[in-house]
Write a protein that binds this ligand. Structure first.
Ligand SMILES: [Fe+2]
Length: 317
């Protein structure tokens, strides 16, 4: 068991080194090959002695490698590293009916929304901004980098909850775990002049942390009563660089509350709708909620220089 744990740690170290190289130089054949070889390592160790399974693993790894490279070359023209599930989603999702993005040149902007008048827009695939919807959240005054750092450092098992299946996304940042985020030097954490900007997101899966952070916000009241909601919400925070262009591999529509800072969204149709739909850009301010079907709208975000953005994001559907 100890041997397996050490092997897993070594494997993670190698993967992080590859990710760092990819961030510096872009994804290429050689890096993807290294990535898949390391991903296959653990499987090979566990099934030592079974030649048939080993051959099958190599074939599957090769197919995944080919799909990943084709999709990243053909569909994604951005130089970024994305988790494999994004690539697999793009390769396997149903072909979109372009009606969802036809004639969309800007988001629908709503003010003073109630559940009743939002019903006309519920489950829409059009981009929507609900203005001033979360200004009353305690989070808008009290969420900060230091608040989350104290919460994670003061809760037993907090970082382990992220290793046990709760997602952490580093986008283009060279920070590969929440622990690394909260251990970064204070000057970088506050994006002092000359410091490298950073931007990350994660799910609050630890039950104690989840119940504490939920005291600072609510699921927006205008969302439909009969919708299903996930068991947790995600936090995204950081400076400047935001999220790289991607699709989400999620089962429902996305909502995101802009707690602090401003953010610019760039959204683009899926490739098969390029000829009838446009890439558009919009801007959100603290207190706004963005609603978007991020499974069929490519999306990237950026934050004005010098501003710190915090958002709460989840799904409904
Ligand atoms: Fe996303």
């Amino acid at each position: 068991m100890q041997k397996l744990t050490n092997e897993r740690k070594n494997k993670l170290k190698k993967l992080r080194a590859i990710q760092k190289n990819a961030i510096k130089s872009g994804v290429n054949w050689s890096l993807l090959k290294q990535y898949n070889l390391i991903c296959s390592f653990n499987r090979e160790t566990n099934i030592k002695g079974s030649n048939k399974s080993l051959i099958l693993s190599i074939i599957i790894a090769f197919i995944l490698l080919v799909i990943s490279v084709i999709v990243s070359n053909v569909f994604l023209s951005v130089r970024c590293i994305l988790p494999n599930n994004f690539l697999v989603w793009e390769a396997t999702r149903p072909v979109a009916d372009c009606v969802y993005c036809q004639n969309v040149t800007r988001p629908v902007i709503l003010w003073d929304v109630t559940r009743r008048n939002f019903a006309n827009y519920s489950y829409s695939s059009k981009p929507i901004i609900v203005k001033n919807a979360i200004k009353h959240w305690r989070a808008t005054k009290e969420f900060s980098f230091n608040m989350f750092r104290k919460l994670y450092e003061g809760t037993a098992g907090s970082y382990e909850s992220l290793e046990d299946g709760c997602q952490f996304l580093n986008f283009k940042s060279d920070l590969f775990s929440l622990q690394e985020v909260f251990n970064m030097p204070e000057a970088r954490a506050r994006n002092a002049p000359g410091q490298e900007p950073w931007y990350v997101g994660w799910g609050n899966c630890h039950p104690d942390i989840l119940s504490k952070v939920r005291q600072y916000y609510d699921v927006p009241e205008f969302l439909p009563e009969d919708a299903e909601y996930p068991a947790t919400e995600n936090i995204f925070f950081g400076y400047e660089i935001g999220a790289v262009m991607h699709l989400d591999y999620i089962p429902r529509l996305m909502w995101q509350g802009q707690v602090r800072g401003n953010k610019t969204w760039t959204i683009a149709p899926v490739p098969e709708c390029d000829h009838v739909c446009k890439t558009i850009e919009f801007y959100v301010e603290p207190g706004d909620v963005v609603l978007l079907d991020t499974r069929i709208w490519y999306h990237a975000t950026r934050i004005p220089k010098g501003q710190f953005s915090i958002t709460v994001q989840s799904e409904y559907g």
